[in-house]
Design a protein around this ligand. Structure first.
Ligand code: FNR
Length: 186
């Protein structure tokens, strides 16, 4: 059985370092894990008035989360919190009232920023949000990554200086998903 992981990158810019980090991490995952990037850049700003007629993009997001066995959040920090585009996507997935696509999906949080705090405060905010959504979020290891030129190798993988640490993170994340994921297909 394959574990299906939805990857949520909290940046929608083309050259996002967090997307590069997510893609490099995916290469460190076990063979029975399959990853899929959740698209968040075509969602409307969440508006409760529109809930009776959700857009195709909103329905797609909810469906893809619901079908996942786990979530990997890889986000930058914007002004000491998570970017608004990520919060918007989380809000869309948490509604309509009484339905919450995120519920029970084991999650891991990681992030990369240019600043020395390496997304630590954004990650703490994200943990708060995920708690109310009943998402079992891996507590340890924490991973606060500050960008350096040698973080990635020439091939787009994780460079040698960080590889052991990030392999350890991925190993723990995979174990967390295996522990918490709900059985599918009976
Ligand atoms: C930032 N950046 C930033 N970095 C940080 O460490 N702490 C912060 O609070 C902020 N705040 C912030 C706000 C806004 C509006 C922007 C645009 C940027 C810098 C940020 O870490 C850097 O731009 C990353 O490269 C963004 O991630 P992506 O887009 O490369 O994935």
């Amino acid at each position: 059985n394959t574990y299906r992981i939805v990857v949520v990158v909290g940046s929608i810019r083309r050259e996002s370092l967090n997307r590069r980090l997510a893609d490099a991490l995916i290469r460190l995952a076990p063979a029975d894990f399959a990853f899929h990037h959740l698209r968040i850049d075509d969602l409307p700003l969440y508006n409760q008035d529109d809930e009776e007629h959700p857009t195709e993009s909103m329905q797609r997001l909810r469906r893809e989360i619901a079908e996942a066995d786990g979530i990997m959040f890889c986000t930058p920090e914007y002004n000491r919190s998570i970017p608004g585009v990520l919060k918007n996507a989380i809000d869309v997935g948490s509604r309509p009232y009484g339905y919450n696509a995120w519920q029970g999906k084991p999650a891991g949080i990681i992030g990369l920023s240019s600043g020395a705090c390496g997304t630590a405060m954004a990650q703490q905010h994200l943990r708060n949000i995920l708690a109310v959504l009943d998402v079992p979020t891996m507590a340890q290891p924490e991973a606060f990554i500050q960008f350096r030129d040698d973080l990635f190798d020439a091939d787009g993988g994780i460079g040698p200086g960080s590889r052991d640490f990030l392999q350890g993170w991925m190993d723990r994340f995979a174990a967390w998903v295996r522990l918490c994921a709900k059985p599918r297909n009976g």
